[in-house]
Design a protein around this ligand. Structure first.
Ligand SMILES: *[C@@H]1O[C@H](CO)[C@@H](O)[C@H](O)[C@H]1NC(C)=O
Length: 353
C-alpha cells in the first residue's frame, strides 16, 4: 500500500538484482504497511484502523493551545516539553486553525474536529511542536499568502526559540496544494500532502525539494491519477516520496462515540441504526455515499434524534466522509505519517532568512 523510493533504490525499477538486505527491508516494510492499512478492508474488524479513540491520549497529552491574531489571521500553537521538530498544519477549504484544538477557555472559538484534534494529539505525543494558521479566504491562495504564512512561521519559530529544530508540514486538500508550494519558499525536512496531488506542474522542483508523502484516498480515481503523474515527476527529479492509500471502512454502532468527544454510545448507536434503516450504509456497514451527499441531518430530524450540541453535526459528517474514504482529513495513518517525518528529520534545519 505504501511505495517508497529514494535515490539509492533505483535498482528496483531497472530489473537488476536487488540486494537481499534491501529485499528483506522492503518485505518488512510492506508487512508493516499491510498490517496498518488492510484492516480497512475487513468488514468485521474495527480494531486496527480505528484503534484510536478521541480520549486515547488522555493520560499522556492534553490539548492546551495558545492563540494569537497576527497579520489578520489566527495563529494557534502548542509546544510540548523537549520538542524535536516543528509541524506546520494547513487545513482544507472551509477549514481553519481553530479546527485542530478543542474548545476551551484558552480557545473559545476552537472546534476540535475529530481527525484534526487527533493529528495534533499524535504530533504532541511524538514531541512535535504544532502551529496552525487560518487561510485568509475560504481556501488557500498561492500568491501573497505564501509569503505571509511563510513569514508567520518564521516569526513564530524564532519567537519560540525553535530555530534549530527541523520543520515539517502537513496540508490537506487546499492545504496540501499550499504546502507543496510553500515547500519552495521554506526549508521543510519533509512534507505530507493529504487528499491532494500538489501543484507540481506549477512549481520549480529543485534537488532540495523535500521528501514528499502522499496520503490519499484512491476511491477518488481522478485525483489518484494526478498523484500517479506527480509521482513520476518526483521520480524523474530524484525526490524521495512515499504513498499511503486510505481505504473505506465500515461504520459500527460505537464508531461516532469513539471518535467524537461529547457524543455518547446511545446516540452513536441510534445514528448507526438510523443510517442502516435509511440505507445510508450497506448491510456490512459501509457508507453508500459521501457524508456530504446524504441527507442524514434531515433523517435525524425526522426521527427526532437530538444531538447534545448541534455543532457536532460537523464532527459526525467528518467521520462519515472518512468512512466513505473519498475526500476527508484523516488521522488514521498518523503513526505512519509521523514515522515518515521522523525518518527525515536529520535532512535539514530551518534556515531563517
Ligand atoms: C506581518 O505582521 C508583522 C508585524 O505586525 C509585520 O512586520 C509584517 O510586515 C507583516 N507581514 C506581512 C506580509 O504583511
Amino acid at each position: 500500500m505504501l511505495r517508497q523510493r529514494n535515490t539509492s533504490s533505483m535498482v528496483w525499477s531497472s530489473g537488476q538484482r536487488v540486494p537481499v538486505t534491501v529485499t528483506f527491508l522492503i518485505l518488512v516494510f510492506v508487512a508493516v504497511v499491510l498490517l496498518f492499512c488492510h484492516n480497512g478492508e475487513i468488514p468485521s474488524s474495527s480494531t486496527g484502523v480505528i484503534e484510536q479513540k478521541w480520549n486515547s491520549f488522555e493520560s499522556s497529552v492534553q490539548l492546551d493551545p495558545t492563540v494569537e491574531f497576527r497579520n489578520r489571521t489566527d495563529v494557534i500553537w502548542q509546544v510540548p516539553d523537549s520538542p524535536k521538530a516543528v509541524l506546520f498544519l494547513a487545513h482544507g477549504c472551509n477549514g481553519r486553525a481553530a479546527n485542530f484544538w478543542d474548545r476551551s477557555t484558552k480557545c473559545p472559538q476552537c472546534v476540535g474536529l475529530p481527525e484534526e484534534r487527533l493529528i495534533v494529539l499524535h504530533a504532541l505525543a511524538r514531541k512535535f511542536a504544532v502551529v496552525a494558521v487560518s487561510s485568509a479566504g475560504r481556501c488557500w491562495s498561492f500568491g501573497k499568502e505564501r509569503l505571509l504564512v511563510g513569514g508567520i512561521i518564521k516569526w513564530w519559530v524564532k519567537k519560540q526559540n525553535l530555530e534549530k529544530l527541523p520543520l515539517v508540514a502537513l496540508g490537506a486538500s487546499s492545504g496540501g496544494y499550499f504546502v507543496s508550494v510553500l515547500a519552495t519558499d521554506l526549508k521543510f525536512s519533509s512534507i505530507a500532502i493529504m487528499i491532494a496531488e500538489g501543484m507540481f506542474d506549477q512549481i520549480d522542483i529543485t534537488k532540495d525539494y523535500p521528501p514528499t508523502l502522499f496520503v490519499h484516498m484512491p476511491k477518488d480515481k481522478a485525483r489518484k491519477q494526478r498523484i500517479d503523474d506527480n509521482l513520476k515527476v518526483l521520480r524523474e527529479k530524484g525526490i524521495s516520496f512515499a504513498e499511503i492509500k486510505c481505504l473505506e471502512f465500515p461504520l459500527l454502532p460505537n464508531l461516532l462515540a469513539d471518535r467524537i468527544p461529547g457524543l455518547d454510545q446511545t446516540i452513536s448507536a441510534q445514528l448507526f441504526h438510523l443510517f442502516r434503516d435509511k440505507g445510508f450504509i450497506d448491510k456490512n456497514g459501509y457508507m453508500r455515499n459521501d457524508g456530504r451527499a446524504l441527507r442524514w441531518k434531515e433523517a435525524l430530524r425526522e426521527r427526532e434524534i437530538v444531538l447534545p450540541d448541534k455543532r457536532l453535526s460537523n464532527h459526525i459528517q467528518e467521520e462519515l466522509n472518512l468512512a466513505f474514504a473519498y475526500h476527508e482529513m484523516t488521522s488514521l495513518h498518523s503513526g505512519q505519517i509521523f514515522d515518515w517525518f521522523e525518518s527525515h528529520l536529520s535532512r535539514s534545519r530551518i534556515t531563517l532568512i
